[in-house]
Write a protein that binds this ligand. Structure first.
Ligand SMILES: Cc1ncc(COP(=O)(O)O)c(C=O)c1O
Length: 389
């Protein structure tokens, strides 16, 4: 292996790709009359609808706010239960808590790490009102099965698609598969607005509620008031300031034009990784289900620890020392201190418990050079070889 003293090129696990068009789009807004909630917001929302086929979009400050506003729009009674996968980013569960609802953690499939639809049904009680499906790493969940379960039990289906913009399920784009879909535009995601997120829905009523919630619970924004030549506004419920600015949205519009290329490159990187790791018995990678395309926000591997000396964290440290920005997505949500205090009992999620210690995310971003990919593969191979039992 390379020695720690030599200058090592660092490869992060994720990173944005910003070009001159992106910069020009932001500069143009800075020179214009509107910095916040102006024409670029509408343009970004329209572009997102065009991309996904969703009827309505509400751009918000981040993916967490999108989940918060999306669930608020459902107007669930306090104490409602919302099913959430055991392994996801904490925001998927926190959004339930913000809305005075209770997240109920359900186990994941062992080979895709997606919410296990078969286990969802067993977790439904007379207080369950919604299911949050998380398209972990970029692969859509089993929406046929989840839609059918939600229809039969009269539940809302929320797609936390913060990992899967640009992915498809059958002939449908992510964005058309649930009552509410949310994206995040954080810099490690496929496209970025700096910080940002969106709520997508086909329902006029959910759209109006999410839009109102984004602006303090006020029925008309300042541009609409200006158009109507009126100073009056009414706050009809308690909302937040979750408005995304024109500066962010102009960047989003420009980035969206490049999404196809970003996803194409991510899928190419995943194909090279899959091919390389197929030949390494100490490594499992995620299964792909037929009829779905994965847009690969992340590329997690699962180490076969029984064949290796040391732990995942030892290999994490080996690779970090070599300049690879490996990461772990995610600790089961119920293992965080907040949820240990919050939950009455520890959820029974044996697959999540067994998977977490084996998980390691490798670098995955569209600007990765071919030599970066080769370097990741060779460093992972060496790390595993050195620890082979
Ligand atoms: C699955 C999932 N949900 C929600 C979020 C929250 O998005 P944001 O960071 O934009 O608030 C993230 C972000 O990492 C995520 O990965």
């Amino acid at each position: 292996m390379e020695t720690a003293n030599t200058e090592i090129k660092k490869i992060p696990y994720g990173r944005q790709s910003i070009n001159d068009d992106d910069i020009a789009a932001v500069v143009e807004v800075l020179k214009s009359d509107w910095l916040t909630t102006g024409p670029a917001v509408n343009q970004f929302e329209e572009s997102l609808c065009q991309l996904t086929g969703a009827k309505h979009a509400v751009a918000v400050t981040n993916g967490t706010a999108a989940l918060h506003a999306g669930i608020a729009a459902l107007e669930l009674p306090p104490g409602s239960e919302i099913i959430v996968p055991a392994i996801t980013f904490v925001a998927s569960a926190n959004a339930a808590v913000y809305n005075d609802c209770k997240p109920v953690f359900v186990d994941i499939e062992p080979d895709t790490l997606l919410l296990d639809a078969e286990k969802v049904e067993a977790a439904i009680t007379d207080r369950t009102r919604a299911v949050v499906a998380v398209d972990y790493a970029g692969q859509p969940c089993d929406y046929d099965r989840l839609q059918e379960i939600c229809r039969r039990h009269n539940l809302f289906l929320i797609a936390d698609a913060c990992h899967s913009i640009g992915a498809t399920f059958g002939d449908k784009q992510v964005g058309q598969l649930a009552d509410i879909t949310t994206f995040s535009f954080h810099p490690v995601k496929h496209i970025t607005t700096g910080e940002g997120g969106v709520v997508l829905t086909d329902s006029e009523s959910l759209y109006t509620k999410a839009r109102t919630f984004r602006n303090h619970g006020i029925t008309a924004d300042s541009r609409q008031r200006e158009k109507a030549n009126s100073h009056r506004y009414d706050m009809i419920g308690l909302g937040h300031n979750f408005r995304l600015s024109d500066i962010n949205c102009a960047l989003g519009v420009s980035q969206l034009r490049r999404l196809k290329d970003f996803v194409k490159r991510r899928r190419e990187i995943a194909r090279i990784y899959n091919q390389a790791f197929q030949g390494m018995p100490e490594i499992d990678f995620l299964s792909s289900r037929e009829g779905r395309t994965n847009s690969y926000h992340l590329y997690p591997i699962m180490l076969k620890l029984e064949s290796l000396k040391g732990t995942r964290d030892d290999i994490f440290n080996d690779l970090r020392t070599q300049g690879l920005g490996v990461n772990v997505h995610y600790l089961p949500v119920y293992e965080h201190s907040f949820y240990k205090n919050y939950l009455e009992s520890r959820p029974h999620c044996p697959v999540a418990d067994a998977t977490y210690p084996r998980l390691l995310s490798l670098p995955m971003f569209s600007d990765m050079e071919d030599e970066d990919i080769d370097r990741v593969v060779s460093l992972v191979e060496k790390a595993v070889q050195q620890r082979r039992i």
